[in-house]
Design a protein around this ligand. Structure first.
Ligand code: MD3
Ligand code: FE
Length: 215
């Protein structure tokens, strides 16, 4: 593990989780307030909603998107959609601050020229969780997924390439960024039920930005 100091002198660290997976603790600490403001702006145009899975379950995590396409789920399946099905309008544009932090984090993890076309925004409140899954709806199977944690901490579940592989637990705090690409791209992962709490940036919520290269 190596430590460095970003432009605001907040300590940041670089931790290799496995081949292709890097955890950058506090990497977005300085930008976090701006990123949360941008999320609020996006949610004015594309509201957070609880999607229904193909199996008929309503997800406990509330979601919205920005960028050229957004990840959506309904009884017919999962897909990337250029329009918000709730309004019929395109998703809000990806803010420059989002592209900037995602590209910088990807470069720090060894993925140069990262240009995500989608950002799924997850909002967790107490009890909300994400069951163990793989992200495999994206065409580019090498480009990383960049995950930015904002607000309340969460326990991230991180398994292996098979569902039955042992699961490690990792606490993610506001400003932490995880980058998963290349050989780590299809690792099973999830989020344990969120603890109740209060955070100065997000109140009773945790927000996670997941950047994806879809096309
Ligand atoms: C590891 N979101 O939206 S991001 C998701 O915190 C999702 O909201 C979680 O998983 C969240 O699909 C975790 C971290 C993450 C994202 C993609 C991965 C970890 C990953 C892909 C492969 C391996
Ligand atoms: Fe995922």
């Amino acid at each position: 593990m190596t430590s460095l100091f970003d432009s605001d002198s907040l300590p940041s660290s670089h931790e290799q989780l496995e081949e292709g997976a890097v955890l950058l603790r506090s990497f977005a600490a300085a930008e976090a307030p701006l990123l949360v403001e941008e999320v609020a702006r996006i949610a004015q145009g594309a509201a957070f909603r609880h999607l229904v899975t193909p199996g008929g379950y309503t997800m406990s995590v509330a979601m919205t998107n920005c960028g050229r396409v957004g990840w959506v789920s309904d009884r017919t399946g999962y897909r990337y959609d250029p329009k918000d099905p709730q309004t019929g309008s395109p998703w809000p544009a990806m803010p420059a601050a989002f592209l900037d932090i995602a590209a910088h984090a990807a470069a720090e993890a060894g993925f140069a020229h990262y240009e995500p076309d989608a950002c799924l925004i997850n909002r967790y409140t107490a009890g909300a969780k994400l069951s163990l899954h793989q992200d495999r709806d994206e065409k580019d199977a090498w480009a990383p997924i960049v995950s930015v944690s904002l607000g309340l901490p969460a326990v991230f579940l991180w398994g292996g390439k098979r569902r039955s592989d042992p699961v490690r637990r990792l606490r993610l705090e506001s400003g932490d960024i995880a980058v998963w690409g290349g050989p780590a791209r299809f690792v099973y992962h999830g989020v344990a039920p969120l603890w109740e709490g209060r955070h100065p940036l997000t109140g009773t919520a945790r927000i996670n930005l997941t950047f994806r290269k879809v096309f």
